[in-house]
Ligand binder design. Structure first.
Ligand SMILES: Nc1ncnc2c1ncn2[C@@H]1O[C@H](COP(=O)(O)OP(=O)(O)OP(=O)(O)O)[C@@H](O)[C@H]1O
Ligand SMILES: [Mg+2]
Length: 330
């Protein structure tokens, strides 16, 4: 985390576009804000735009503004994100989600430093620093033809890579404490509970697919369950899930009808042992097992149609593919 901070301090001084890469929940938006606040434009606006959340038909007007009467409902002149961020920073979040047509217009605006409102005849100068972020692999989007190469080079002048939480386990104690202190303050507690050392060990052995956001959610739940003095492993809220899932999950592979479960499901492993009071011998292995079983069921049910399986599981295709890779499911 200190390395990332040092890098941010260095690149905050420049005006060059920064593109931030990192898994979901790894702190991309926080990093973007820190870059802005550490640079010469700190007193100017920081405008964050989620590129995946704007309907395509409205995009141009949202980015560049519109003139009165430009379209039905445009009853007055309106500025867009570029004008709103003028003098400051425009943060393009989930930039890989921009439709190709909009990518062209954006590239032009960034290069020319000028925009034209929808319905206007003249262009106006805009001065914004661009920071972009995505959880996708932009280079791969370029290779797949979904992202323009020229815009990619334009945005990617400086790249800031945010490591996944599992790649910096040594950050977890500091992070967990800071987050817990923040949550406790927000809850009006005089003092944050401390983390039991076993709780910390559990946290450091978990993979955190949702990164810092997941850690934050876990701690928020833990705070609600804790006795106010110390956060124990049970407070992480996993115990009921363990007890519930345990019986169902174990019943299946053990049936006689399937004498060779290992052959039917090559990824089946020795079930993780769970003690009488519902505590698994290894939380990460246990959670992997639950996840693997759920995915396997969805795949069986959909005859290995991953798109349909993802839908059944309420996750995106990409998320499913990522999880399958991680669990070594083929
Ligand atoms: N170093 C950190 N210290 C404290 N909190 C952090 C840190 N990094 C991230 N967080 C917290 O984790 C959460 C997720 O961070 P953020 O929204 O910046 O991630 P993101 O990479 O933009 O996620 P997504 O890809 O889902 O948009 C936020 O609530 C943020 O405050
Ligand atoms: Mg984000």
């Amino acid at each position: 985390m200190q390395e990332v901070r040092a890098q941010i301090q260095r690149l905050a001084r420049s005006m060059a576009p920064v593109s931030i890469a990192g898994e979901s929940g790894s702190g991309k938006e926080l990093a973007a804000r820190l870059i802005h606040l550490s640079g010469p434009r700190a007193a100017q606006p920081f405008v964050a735009v989620n590129c995946g959340a704007i309907p395509e038909a409205l995009m141009e007007a949202e980015f560049f503004g519109h003139r009165k009467g430009a379209f039905t409902g445009a009853d007055h002149d309106r500025d867009g994100f570029f004008q709103a961020a003028s003098g400051g920073t425009l943060f393009l979040d989930e930039v890989a989600d921009l439709p190709l047509a909009m990518q062209v217009k954006l590239l032009r605006a960034i290069q020319e430093k000028r925009v034209r409102k929808v319905g206007a005849t003249v262009e106006e100068a805009v001065d914004v620093r661009i920071i972009s972020a995505t959880h996708q692999d932009l280079a791969q989007c370029v290779a797949a033809g979904r992202f323009r190469q020229d815009l990619y080079y334009r945005l990617n002048v400086i790249e800031l890579k945010l490591p996944a939480l599992r790649e910096r386990l040594e950050d977890i104690p500091t992070l967990a404490e800071a987050i817990l202190a923040r949550l406790a303050r927000r809850a009006g507690m005089a003092q944050a509970p401390r983390l039991a050392s076993i709780t910390l060990r559990y946290l450091q052995s978990y993979r955190f697919p949702g990164n810092v956001r997941e850690l934050e959610n876990m701690l928020e739940r833990a705070l609600a369950f804790s006795n106010g003095e110390v956060v124990n492993v049970e407070d992480l809220g996993l115990k009921p899930a363990v007890a519930d899932v345990d019986e169902n999950e174990r019943a299946e592979p053990a049936t006689e009808a399937d004498p060779q479960p290992a052959a039917a499901h090559p990824t089946e492993r020795r079930p993780v042992r769970v003690s009488e009071d519902g505590i698994p011998e290894s939380l990460p292995d246990y959670l992997d097992q639950v996840e693997r079983d759920a995915i396997q069921r969805a795949l069986d049910k959909t005859r290995y149609n991953r798109t349909a399986a993802a839908r059944l599981l309420g996750i995106t295709f990409r998320a499913l593919r990522y999880r399958m890779q991680r669990l070594g499911l083929n």
